[in-house]
Design a binder for this molecule. Structure first.
Ligand code: WTA
Length: 654
């Protein structure tokens, strides 16, 4: 992180004290930090008591074989029972679980906890009918419709780990995930609505399934848009089954089994520093404890709140803070199918009297650009708390969020966490912590974070370094699917006993934490994690490309943007007029539209050290239109001049 960006992060020095009424009535008070410090395991055991268990655990934490943790050892529970049945049994069956808002105007559904319980039970019975058994993996590739939550909970009920693949990923990406976790069943829909039009999903599933041989036995399809689909029904020996045929007629009675606390709940693939996505494995008891506790603590959740997390269910935020955390807490929430269009969000806040909004800085910056007149046109006085996640929030965006969306009365909680951590780790507590724009403040009670130098020594206040986590926490990933060694190597090998998150951070004079972005080859584009290596692999898989280097360049709206430098094969000549567009499309096909480079430069050489390592730092200088830094370690120091002369000549931006 350059000094310039750092000072940019630090220039706002206002402090925002917690509102007095919120502080007085807060779910979690200051004493929680000391209590958790004095007995961490007792603290998390108390959080676990908030759930319903079939059998209570014998041991809170087994850390005898690090880094493989076991939480609530010997306990049994069912995640779907905790998210639905128990609320119905407690007399809250008529409470709305999900206010679902479709993208087309007036396309809405309110689903109560009782209805959700019936639907999850029917889906569980239907999946059983399709042969899904405990331990089997089920892939889910769906838009933001209620059935996606039903599908996840039905899998959880059966103990069949789901792997939800973001609907914006390509058929290839879906196929590689299906293959990696050997899923025999895929749940999808004919399509979904995006920006006013129906877009198809089923064709990508067909393509993915065709690439995976005989692996997939059934494809369960929700009819959402009614568009024509290629259909290969079971009558003709095909795999396709309509959701309404399989689920609607199934029994709403389903006797749930209690699963072991460490039974796998789901696998979520995320980008790492190498080309192959990593299957992050989360298990049941600890994950549900961590997500439900933090959802209750960080958002100060009350019974009458209307909570709205805008994340897509295809990312971890949609898992922890749309599906599992809020539902385990019996919350009422909004789920919206569409994208952040002008005014539509604020209409939803007004209509449903949303009290807690959780979103990403990239959305806030987009709204800032559109101007405050738009949100100013709506009544958003219901809001009382705002959350941010996914990337560092710059102070300007924080202050705008607070003032314009939050009417200068709502605290902003900037929450740092990862797919791997499963739960929020660093965040203000809204009734305790005075907010500093741009800082995620401190580790939550029960969490132990530090900022260290290359030798794993704490850097101390006023200094920067690497963010590490020092003690196990309930929702931590247990391993990478099928790859224990890679799990150890990736997160635990840099410094023995410490979990290295991959983020740089700084402690200010008060010891509060400021996240400074990734220090590895992971980019963060609109709060979505992308790997430079993965995009490079996609580029070199194109027949015209010999070599590629990808960097994340600072971008005003999306945080970072993908910039690629490619060397063409001799046989490709100059690549042809449309080479840049051709390559961008190729990346979209290989990975998904979100990975499309904003800019591609065709260059004659790439800057390499004498040992052949690409110096991305220098390419970043070019991509960010900066003076190119120190080139003395380059094998050929004239390379950068060659690249500079190409700048602008073959780039594409849209
Ligand atoms: C980044 C998303 C700064 C960070 C929940 C992390 C953040 C990566 C914040 C994980 C934040 C997430 N401030 N950076 N509040 N939240 N990040 O796995 O670099 O998609 O390592 O999880 O996002 O991204 P992931």
């Amino acid at each position: 992180m350059s000094e310039q960006t750092l000072s940019n992060l630090m220039h706002e020095d206002r402090r925002f004290e917690p509102p007095a009424d919120l502080a007085a009535d807060a779910n979690v008070k200051e004493e929680a930090y000391a209590r958790a410090d004095s007995d961490r395991e007792a603290f998390w055991a108390e959080a676990a008591e908030r759930l319903d268990w079939g059998k209570k655990w014998d041991q809170v934490l087994d850390w005898s074989n690090p880094p493989f943790a076991k939480w609530f050892v010997g306990g049994t529970l069912n995640a779907s029972v905790n998210c639905v049945d128990r609320h119905v049994e407690a007399g809250n069956g008529d409470k709305v679980a999900i206010h679902w808002v479709g993208e087309p105007d007036d396309d809405t559904r309110d689903i109560t906890y009782a209805q959700l319980k019936d639907e999850v039970s029917r889906a569980a019975n239907a999946l059983t009918e399709l042969g899904v058994q405990k331990g089997d993996r089920v892939a889910i590739y769906m838009p933001m419709i209620p059935e996606v939550v039903v599908a996840m909970l039905a899998c959880a009920r059966l103990g069949a780990p789901h792997t939800v693949v973001f609907g914006g990923f390509s058929a290839d990406a879906l196929a590689s995930r299906i293959t990696d976790c050997e899923a025999h069943v895929v749940i999808t829909s004919d399509g979904g609505y995006r920006r006013g039009a129906a877009s198809a999903l089923k064709p990508a599933v067909d393509e993915a399934v065709a690439k995976t041989g005989d692996l997939v036995r059934h494809v369960l399809v929700v009819r959402r848009t009614g568009q024509d689909v290629d259909w290969h029904g079971r009558e003709e020996g095909g795999r396709d089954v309509w959701w309404h045929d399989a689920v609607d007629g199934a029994s709403a009675e389903h006797e749930p089994e209690m699963h072991d606390s460490e039974h796998p709940l789901y696998v979520m693939y995320t980008s790492g520093t190498t080309g192959k996505p990593k299957g992050i494995l989360h298990t049941t008891g600890g994950y549900l404890t961590g997500t439900s506790y933090t959802h209750w603590a960080v958002f100060d959740l009350k019974d009458d709140d209307v909570y709205w997390c805008t994340a897509d269910v295809g990312w971890v935020t949609g898992h922890s803070y749309m599906a599992y955390g809020p539902l385990a807490n019996g919350a009422t929430q909004v789920m919206y199918e569409g994208t952040p269009e002008k005014g539509r969000w604020w209409q939803i806040v007004q209509d449903y009297k949303v009290t807690i909004l959780y979103t990403a800085p990239t959305a806030i910056r987009t709204f800032m650009k559109q101007g405050r007149e738009i949100p100013d046109g709506y009544d958003m006085s219901s809001l009382r708390l705002l959350g941010s996640v996914g990337e560092p929030i710059n102070p300007e965006a924080y202050v705008w969020y607070r003032e314009v969306i939050g009417g200068d009365r709502c605290p902003v909680v900037d929450t740092w966490w990862q797919t791997e951590t499963g739960q929020i780790m660093i965040s203000p507590l809204p009734g305790v912590t005075a907010g500093k724009p741009g800082s995620a403040m401190k580790a939550l009670p029960g969490i132990s974070a530090d900022v260290v130098d290359d030798d794993a020594k704490s850097v101390g206040n006023g200094n920067g370094g690497y963010l590490v986590l020092k003690e196990p926490w309930p929702a931590m990933l247990r391993t990478l699917w099928g790859d224990d060694q890679r799990f150890k190597d990736t997160y635990w090998s840099r410094w023995p006993g410490l979990y290295f998150a991959g983020d740089g951070a700084k402690l200010d004079e008060d010891g509060d934490i400021w996240l400074l972005g990734r220090v590895d080859d992971v980019m963060n584009v609109s709060g979505h994690r992308l790997s430079t290596t993965e995009i490079e692999s996609a580029l070199v898989s194109h027949p015209k490309v010999a070599e590629a280097a990808v960097v994340g360049a600072a971008d005003e709206t999306t945080g970072q943007a993908v910039c690629a430098f490619v060397i063409l094969r001799d046989s490709a000549g100059d690549g042809g007029e449309d080479i840049v567009e051709e390559l961008r499309k190729h990346v979209a096909k290989e990975i998904g539209a979100i990975a499309k480079p904003r800019q591609i430069m065709v260059v004659p050489e790439l800057p390499k050290t004498r040992s052949g390592k690409i110096m991305r730092r220098l390419l970043k200088d070019v991509a960010e239109h900066r003076e190119v830094g120190d080139v003395t370690t380059l094998a050929d120091s004239t390379v950068m001049d060659l690249i500079k002369t190409r700048e602008g000549s073959s780039s594409s931006e849209d």
